[in-house]
Design a protein around this ligand. Structure first.
Ligand code: FRU
Length: 472
């Protein structure tokens, strides 16, 4: 039945049917979290892009809405963001009601075919009924292409000190910042990144926001990149530093990743959530997104994650942990202490939240065992200080040669004890180690239900919690 098909995530958003990629227009308004997404309603592979729409009161249960934006004569509707224009700077508001404004990229496939490099531009649309129906601005596009092939994915936020909007835009191998008083006229401020960070692929889907560390404001610049991720294909890198309303200056020259796994991409944060920053990504990878064996939908979102700043060895790092609303879904909880070896537990057939503590001086590994010796392994190598997820024997993988592999991520914490939380769903595992300093997301496609959780190494303790599924 609907939402209970084979491989269907039971704890993550996925569209009822058809193709999804990037999260778009994430905005919080009047008690509702809006999630728009790159959507192709006529098939299960990437096609002419629309903005699909889903809403949630708690970031866990989602109700899919009707399509928000359809392609038109200016092109497909590519990725972008949405804001609540509280001061009605755009003038789209009516009767004192602030408009919701979407800022998105037009990708013109006709112009693209002519060989022109100017087929991407930025445009806006507004909604006066909290995202249900949309009117495209008659003056579109609001930002013309200056001759840059990859010119897309505007993330807009209000910069209070100068009372202006800032657009953070991916422009091929860099980020370009623009400013505007009204979301309609945009002025270029500066470029960042031509020789900074990872450049194994094109820069896409950026985000810019401040976080505080011990009372100090530090700016985070998220830059998604495809390919060139740490485990191949697409991934989310970020920089920490300062933004003064005109330019971004990084505080270090390191390449840092929000999620080191293969299956978190195009992740950005919700707008209008105050000081709290909540992040969500597309749970796939362009290497095989179009080929994964699901039907009648393709792709899911990651679990929403709360971001914070931490400092290790003098370096600021963004940590992400599952939003606290996850815990409201806990149905049962069992804790096992001082595990020496040969731990085996048969969990209920539900999504699971698993939390463990282990001594960082030795290796450990959890095996999730399914029928026919299919398994997902999650562990830690003390000698290399690396976490890993192994999906080499995790069900269906014949759809793509690069899929069945082991993925690694560095540990940054120097603590003697490792804390790890896993969210295990029907077709994914998300690993949050050391309070979110190292994060990895992997998808997999095993037909049968989970049978046993095994550990052959010593663990200080492990807590296994079943989560109520989110679909009716
Ligand atoms: C990232 C991306 C964006 C683009 C969209 C098209 O996955 O390539 O840069 O706007 O997907 O669907």
């Amino acid at each position: 039945s609907l939402y209970h098909e084979q491989y269907r995530p039971q704890f993550h958003f996925s569209p009822k049917a058809h193709w999804m990629n990037d999260p778009n227009g994430m905005v919080y308004m009047n008690g509702t979290y809006h999630l728009f997404f790159q959507y192709y309603p006529d098939g299960t592979t990437w096609g002419p892009m629309h903005w699909g729409h889903t809403t949630s009161k708690d970031l866990i249960h989602w109700e899919e809405q009707s399509i928000a934006l359809y392609p038109d004569s200016l092109g497909y509707i590519f990725s972008g963001s949405a804001v609540v224009d509280i001061n009605n700077t755009s003038g789209f508001g009516k009767d004192g009601k602030p408009p919701m404004v979407a800022i998105y990229t037009y990708h013109d496939p006709v112009k693209e075919k002519t060989g022109s490099s100017q087929f991407e531009s930025q445009a806006i649309a507004y909604s006066l009924d909290a995202g249900r129906t949309w009117t495209k601005y008659s003056g579109n596009p609001v930002l013309q292409n200056p001759g840059i092939r990859d010119f897309r994915d505007p993330k807009v936020s209000w910069y209070a000190p100068a009372k202006k909007w800032i657009m953070t835009l991916a422009t091929q191998d860099r980020i370009t910042f623009y400013s505007s008083p009204n979301l309609k006229q945009w002025t270029k401020e500066s470029d960042f990144g031509a020789a900074k960070g990872a450049h194994g692929g094109v820069w896409e889907c950026p985000d810019l926001f401040p976080l505080t560390y011990q009372g100090k404001e530090i700016w985070v610049l998220i830059v998604n990149i495809n390919p060139g991720g740490p485990n191949g294909g697409s991934a989310t890198q970020y920089f920490t530093g300062n933004f003064n309303g005109h330019t971004f200056t990084p505080g270090d020259t390191l390449t840092k990743w929000i999620d080191y796994g293969p299956d978190e991409y195009a992740g950005i944060t919700w707008s209008n959530t105050g000081k709290q920053k909540i992040f969500l990504g597309w749970m796939s990878n362009w290497q095989y997104a179009n080929e994964v064996p699901t039907s009648p939908w393709r792709s899911a979102s990651t679990i929403p994650r709360t971001l914070s700043l931490k400092k290790t060895d003098g370096v600021y790092r963004v940590a992400s942990v599952p939003v606290k609303e996850v815990d409201k879904q806990i149905a049962t909880s069992q804790t096992f202490k001082n595990i020496t070896a040969d731990f085996a537990h048969q969990p209920a057939a539900k999504p699971l939240k698993i939390s463990l503590q282990a001594d960082a001086s030795h290796d450990f590994e959890l095996t999730f065992l399914y029928a026919d010796d299919q398994k997902v392994k999650v562990g830690y190598h003390a000698s290399t200080k690396e976490y890993y997820i192994d999906r080499t024997n995790a069900g269906e993988h014949s759809f793509n040669r690069s899929f069945a592999s082991i993925h690694h991520a560095p540990r940054f914490s120097g603590e003697k004890e490792i804390n790890m939380t896993l969210i295990l769903d029907a077709a994914s595992v998300e690993l949050f180690a050391d309070e979110g300093l190292t994060v990895m997301t992997s998808i997999f496609f095993i037909k049968s239900p989970l049978q046993v959780i095994n550990s052959l190494s010593s663990l200080k303790n492990i807590r296994i919690e079943t989560l109520n599924g989110i679909w009716p």
